[in-house]
Design a protein around this ligand. Structure first.
Ligand code: NAD
Length: 314
């Protein structure tokens, strides 16, 4: 259900796939919303599509400060600090969130700019291998999971604003502490990117014959290797510690599988992998009830609910 009646305006910084989709989704939900993009091409395209967009970041931020908007940072990690520096200069007291794929590094950058008091990080678990304004759609986040960070000191009012925006975009909210988010996405997002790149290389290593024979398994297993390398680099490098741990664990699994294959059997890997896939398919989204942001222990209770697969739906 839309929260548009009481919801604040939304100011989106970066109008690529995610930010452009967010601007469209916020407008579709009845929000007042506008955006900034560094390059005029995306701004011209957004304006031509009927949206309110500008290349003037200070002006966009002053408008956000004047209207108490929720500001959303939607640029790649390497560009985050420069954007935050401008936020600190022109709109230091706005409610602030982001959509960046890593959370600890963004929280640290926000703290370094003195913006933590009204910051609650976010990460919509939605996307495609495309980039830029033209790739965006208003329904990109529909039925997706949107992580909203529950870090120490989080402002409960801002937390509810960020969760409300996610719900307005059609997502359900999973509360998670930033470090726990990073460890989890290393496993289910960043590691898959590394493995997809490696698999694409293995296929290409077989030359034109192997690629000519490639069908569904290769196509599906390498789909995300089609993502722009710079975006993958930003995700992986921004979450290197957690990704290294997940990669080490997986290399150990592969090493064991290799040893077993040399002995003529692969059963341990295939049965364990099949069971793990079934656990994923059978996961449930249990609605979180009885927790009010701002009440005693709300941060720890939301973290715990998120760890147990709970979702915030209202
Ligand atoms: P994108 O390439 O489609 O858009 C990136 C946007 O950032 C563009 O509008 C670009 O103009 C702008 N930008 C780049 N460098 C900039 C700079 N130095 N200063 C100002 N603006 C700059 O990428 P995207 O997929 O929309 O990713 C945006 C954010 O969303 C990233 O932080 C990414 O981690 C996160 N994210 C991506 C996905 C995904 O699947 N693509 C999913 C969830 C979150």
């Amino acid at each position: 259900m839309s929260t548009a009646v009481s919801a604040p305006p939304v100011c989106v910084l970066g109008l690529g796939l995610i930010g452009g989709s967010l601007l469209r989704a916020a407008i579709a939900a009845g929000r007042e919303a506008w955006g900034y993009n560094r390059s005029s091409g995306a701004v011209d395209a957004a304006v031509a599509d009927g949206f309110d967009a500008s290349t003037d970041l200070p002006a966009v931020l002053r408008r956000a400060a004047a209207s108490d908007a929720l500001v959303v940072v939607a640029v790649p990690m390497p560009a985050v600090d420069a954007v935050l520096a401008t936020v600190a200069e022109h709109a230091p007291n706005v409610a602030l969130t982001d959509v960046v794929s890593v959370k600890s590094a963004v929280a640290a950058a926000v703290a370094a700019r003195g913006l933590s008091a009204r910051f609650v990080g976010g990460h919509p678990m939605a996307g495609t291998a495309e980039s830029g304004w033209d790739a965006g759609t208003a329904d990109l986040f529909r039925d997706a999971v949107w992580v909203v960070a529950v870090d120490d000191g989080a402002d409960p009012g801002v937390w509810q604003q960020v969760a409300g925006l996610a719900l307005d975009c059609g997502s359900v909210v999973v509360p998670a502490e930033s470090g726990e988010h990073d460890a989890a996405v290393a496993r289910i997002s960043h590691l898959p990117h590394v493995l997809a790149e490696a698999l694409a290389l293995a296929g290409a290593g077989g030359g034109d014959l192997a690629l000519a024979l490639a069908a569904g398994s290769f196509r599906d297993g390498t789909r995300i290797a089609g993502t722009a390398p710079a975006l993958v680099d930003a995700m992986c490098e921004g979450n290197a510690t957690a990704l290294l741990a997940a990669l080490d664990e997986t290399l150990e699994v592969l090493r064991t599988a290799r040893e077993q294959l040399a002995d003529g059997r692969t059963g341990d890997l295939t049965s364990a992998g099949h069971a793990a896939r079934q656990r994923y398919e059978q996961r449930e989204r249990k609605p979180i009830t009885g927790i009010v942001p701002g009440d005693d222990d709300w941060i720890e209770r939301l973290r715990d609910a998120g760890r147990r697969g709970g979702v915030w739906t209202s």
